[in-house]
Design a protein around this ligand. Structure first.
Ligand code: ADP
Length: 337
């Protein structure tokens, strides 16, 4: 086999590659230099800081599982002053006997622009759909109430269908709007007592809880956490609404809410003894508009868990589920300390 030419491999790479030591660029391939509007000779020796957009926007996830490795999206600065979006993964290496950082960078500006267009489109569509849906709902409701005599049995059935469908559509549009607003809004952090948040959620869900006859047990005193209170309210509300919805037909419906805290953060769980979710579908249910088997007979939009995931990820936490079909489900989310 021909001797491998590492320089050629690095130059052919579809990503920008660089080595940074003591804050300066020590090595860069052509793609990295051109991505920032420089030649390789110009970029070598520059401070890495000079290649970052002054308006710092980072969505870093690192440090990662492997020692010192990081991954995230950020804004980079080009020679002509333009800011671009980049996705970067980096790790610590030793270079010339000293610690350094090896980075791999991809220009994702076009993808980000398209994503932004889509977000705006989603917001505009869901916003503009609200009024006509409310009108359909309102007029169908009035027909039902005031003209039921004139409508006859069949006519009344049709109006009932229109009304129920409009209500479903209204919920869908409202959830879409919530999702699209979440992408635009900043989190408003405060010290929030999650006991009082949960109490509020349970009191606001009074009717569904009473009607389902469900037993709800809160096993531990929840902590005070620095978070966006309104958004975490929504997380508990969505998880509890689901627990009720997918458990209410069980012989002894029961939901347990609790938490554990360790050095890195808090882990909250909502455990039910309802219909459960088969293992095949467990990863997908957090995606938009995805519903698992068994959900068809229950009202819903398939957006509640996407909202939960977006809020929790926005706080730097994680979400997940442990479940088996027919054996209940335990949803959990973490919040960093
Ligand atoms: P939906 O409006 O359909 O409840 P969600 O996004 O909240 O939408 O949930 C997505 C899917 O995950 C649901 O359709 C259901 O299949 C499943 N699911 C969510 N919570 C539970 C639960 N507690 N028990 C069983 N299945 C659940």
């Amino acid at each position: 086999m021909a001797k491998m030419n590492y320089q050629q491999i690095v130059e052919e790479s579809p990503t920008g590659i660089y080595v940074e030591q003591e804050g300066r660029i020590l090595f860069a391939n052509q793609r990295f230099a051109h991505m920032h509007g420089y030649t390789v000779d110009e970029v070598i020796g520059m401070e890495k800081q000079q290649l970052l957009c002054p308006e710092v926007t980072q969505t870093g996830e690192g440090p990662d599982t492997e020692k010192g490795s990081r991954q995230g999206e950020s804004r980079a600065l080009k020679k002509d002053g333009e800011c671009i979006w980049v996705k970067e993964s980096s790790c610590e290496i030793a270079y010339g006997g000293k610690p350094a950082v090896l980075g791999n960078v991809m220009d994702i500006t076009e993808m980000k622009n398209r994503e932004e267009e889509l977000k705006q489109f989603l917001y505009a569509v869901s916003h503009d759909l609200q009024n006509p849906i409310v009108a359909i709902q309102g007029f169908a409701g009035r027909l039902k109430k005031k003209k039921s005599q004139d409508l006859g049995e069949k006519g009344l059935q049709y109006v009932e269908h229109i009304y129920t469908s409009a209500c479903q559509m209204q919920q869908l549009v409202s959830d879409l709007l919530t999702l699209s607003r979440l992408g635009r809004m900043k989190l408003e952090y405060e010290e929030a007592d999650l006991n009082s948040v949960l109490k509020e959620v349970m009191s606001d869900l009074g009717d569904p809880i009473r009607e389902s006859g469900i037993k709800i047990d809160v096993t531990s005193n929840l902590p005070v956490v620095r978070c966006d209170r309104t958004k975490i309210y929504q997380v508990f509300q969505n998880l509890l609404t689901n627990a009720i919805k997918y458990t209410r037909d069980s012989p002894h419906p029961e939901v347990v809410i609790g938490h554990e805290t360790n050095h890195s953060g808090h882990r909250f769980y909502v455990k039910d003894n309802g219909i459960g979710i088969d293992t095949r579908n467990q990863d997908r249910i957090f995606d938009m508009l995805t519903r698992a088997n068994g959900a068809e007979q229950r009202e819903g939009t398939g957006l509640g868990l996407s909202i939960v995931r977006k809020i929790v990820k926005g706080h730097g936490g994680d979400v997940g589920v442990n479940s088996e079909k027919g054996k209940g489900a335990t949803f959990y989310f973490t919040l960093p300390k």
